[in-house]
Design a protein around this ligand. Structure first.
Ligand code: PLP
Length: 344
C-alpha cells in the first residue's frame, strides 16, 4: 500500500521525464566549468532570477552556507530570524565554519521580521561589537506556515540593508511557492536582494541540487568557497539536467500542491478534534494540532502511521503536513477520512 507521505516536499521522487533528462544529459567536468548541462542550467537560473550569474550546489544548506561565507567576514554578524532554517536546522554551520555571529530576531507569524527590530539590531561602530554584515530572510517561511514574503516587505528590508552598507540574502528553498502564491516572477520578487538560493529538490521534485544566484563577483567567490567545502562536483550535468527539465514547467505542479494544501486545511478545519486556521494556508505547508483529550498527540501520529499516513509532530504539539508532487487529490481525501475515522 502506498504511503501518503506528508512529512516534507523533500521526499519527492523524480518523474519519468526527469529520469529521462538525466539519462540524456551531456556531461563534462564542472570543476573545469566544462559541463555544458550545468552551464546551461546556471545561465537559465541567472536569467530567471534577474541576477548576473548562478551556481549549482548540492543542497540548500550548502547554498546558504556559501552565501553567508561570501557576504560575512569571520567575526562579523548576520541578522536572521529565530525560526529560520539557517538558524534552526543547518547545524550551526555559519558559526562553525564561518565564525559568523548570528543575531537572531523574532520571526512574526507570517515569517517577516519587524522592520524596526532589524534597524535596531544593526551595530554602530564600537570596538565591543561585531560588525553587522548581512540580513537574511526566508521565503516561503518553512516554520511560519509556509508564508510567502511580499516584494514590498523584501524591498523595505533591502533599503535598510543598502543604507547601512549590508548585504541581503534570501533563503528561497521554496521561492517558487512564494512566486506562485504572490502571482509574481522570481526576478521581480528578488530584484533588490544581493543573493538568493533556491532548491531543485523540494517542490520541483529533482533528486538533488540547489542554486545560488547573485552578481558576477559574488558567484566568483561562491565558486571558490563551494570548492573549499567539497561541493565542486565533476559530471554534475546529471544533477543539472533534472533541474533544466523542470524550470520551464514550475507553475502547474506547485499550483496543484497549493490547492491540495488548501483542501486539506479546510477538511481538517471541519474535523472535530483537530484545530487549524485554514486562512493561514498560503502555499504547500500547513500546521495543525489536536483539540481533544480523548487521544494523545503521539497516539494520533502513530495511528495515522499505521494507516500509512505520515507527517511530523513537533515538541510544541503542532503537526506539520506538506503537499507535493507525490500527493494527489485522492490522497488528500483518504487522509481526511482517516483522520475522521481515528478521531471519531
Ligand atoms: C527553508 C529551507 N532552507 C534550506 C533548506 C535546506 O535544504 P537542503 O535540505 O537541500 O540542505 C531547507 C530544507 O528543508 C528549507 O526548508
Amino acid at each position: 500500500m502506498k504511503a501518503i507521505d506528508l512529512r516534507s516536499d523533500t521526499v519527492t521522487l523524480p518523474s519519468d521525464e526527469i529520469r529521462q533528462a538525466i539519462f540524456d544529459a551531456q556531461l563534462g567536468d564542472d570543476v573545469f566549468q566544462e559541463d555544458s548541462t550545468v552551464n546551461l542550467l546556471e545561465e537559465k537560473a541567472a536569467k530567471l532570477s534577474g541576477k548576473e550569474e548562478a551556481l549549482l550546489v548540492p543542497s540548500g544548506t550548502m547554498g546558504n552556507l556559501v552565501s553567508f561565507l561570501v557576504h560575512c567576514p569571520r567575526g562579523s554578524e548576520a541578522i536572521l530570524g529565530d525560526r529560520s532554517h539557517t538558524f534552526t536546522y543547518e547545524a550551526g554551520g555559519i558559526s562553525a565554519f564561518g565564525g559568523i555571529h548570528s543575531h537572531q530576531l523574532r520571526n512574526e507569524a507570517d515569517g517577516t521580521i519587524d522592520i524596526q527590530a532589524i534597524k535596531d539590531a544593526i551595530r554602530y561602530d564600537n570596538i565591543h561589537f561585531p560588525k553587522t554584515a548581512l540580513i537574511s530572510l526566508e521565503n516561503t517561511h518553512n516554520k511560519c506556515f509556509g508564508y510567502p514574503l511580499s516584494k514590498d516587505y523584501i524591498d523595505e528590508v533591502s533599503v535598510i540593508a543598502r543604507e547601512n552598507n549590508l548585504k541581503l540574502h534570501v533563503d528561497g528553498a521554496r521561492i517558487f511557492n512564494a512566486t506562485i502564491a504572490l502571482n509574481t516572477s522570481l526576478s521581480s520578487l528578488v530584484e533588490n536582494v544581493d543573493s538568493i538560493t533556491f532548491c531543485l529538490s523540494k517542490g520541483l521534485a529533482c533528486p538533488i541540487g540547489s542554486i545560488i544566484c547573485g552578481s558576477k563577483d559574488f558567484i566568483y567567490e561562491a565558486r571558490r568557497i563551494r570548492k573549499a567545502l567539497g561541493g565542486g562536483m565533476r559530471q554534475a550535468g546529471i544533477i543539472a539536467a533534472a533541474g533544466l527539465s523542470v524550470l520551464d514547467n514550475i507553475d502547474t505542479q506547485i499550483s496543484k500542491d497549493h490547492q491540495n494544501a488548501k483542501v486539506l486545511a479546510e477538511g481538517i478545519e471541519s474535523i472535530k478534534g483537530l484545530k487549524i486556521d485554514s486562512n493561514k494556508v498560503k502555499s504547500n505547508i500547513l500546521y495543525c494540532r489536536l483539540d481533544t483529550d480523548v487521544i494523545g498527540e503521539d497516539e494520533f501520529l502513530n495511528l495515522c502511521k499505521k494507516e500509512n499516513i505520515l507527517f511530523f509532530k513537533y515538541p510544541s504539539g503542532d503537526y506539520r503536513l506538506v503537499t507535493h508532487s507525490g500527493i494527489n487529490e485522492d490522497d488528500i481525501k483518504l487522509t481526511l477520512s482517516t483522520f475522521e475515522k481515528i478521531l471519531s
